[in-house]
Design a protein around this ligand. Sequence first.
Ligand code: XMP
Ligand code: MG
Length: 180
Amino acid sequence: MKEDIEKILIEEEEIKEKTKEIGKRMTHEYKDSFPLVIGVLKGAMPFMADLTRAIHAHLEIDFMDVSSYGDKTVSSGEVKIVKDLDSSVKDRDIIIVEDIIDSGLTLSYLVSLFHHRQANSVKIVTLLDKPEGRRADIVPDIVGFTVPDEFVVGFGLDYAERYRNLPYIGILKPEIYRGS
Ligand code: XMP
Ligand code: MG
């Protein structure tokens, strides 16, 4: 698995530190509002688990699975709900937790959906932001790290369902996704 990684971009320790810092900030922001924290499956899973434990306030957890990628490394722009929420977002303060924002198309869809379902507020927290990939007008409220316009894997992020369990963020060797 490690031999497929060209370069480590963000070490495990840096992710841990950053997550604690974000959790501390969110503890203050949400101490009285019982937010509904929504993790976008599957990529946000590790960040969601660490972040929610770093927020020392009451909150509710839910997950949504949307897909736009398949096994490709370029967004199709199409968003499909694979698993919807269990809870209602009506009148709730929503925090969407993402692994990465690239084109922003997934989040643009989710933000509109939650507004349409009459959420009280919708905020976005993402571990990674790839601003060069942006095609929709989405600005995250909290960003862990800004990454260059390269395909990254690890800490929830996959290529063809692999590498999600790497404890760091790395750049995949191009020959892996070129299949040579
Ligand atoms: P959009 O383009 O809608 O994409 O902002 C969001 C989703 O696309 C996936 N994505 C990536 N996955 N490495 C990955 O493993 C990447 O570099 C990458 N860029 C986008 C990811 O699932 C994200 O939630
Ligand atoms: Mg994702």
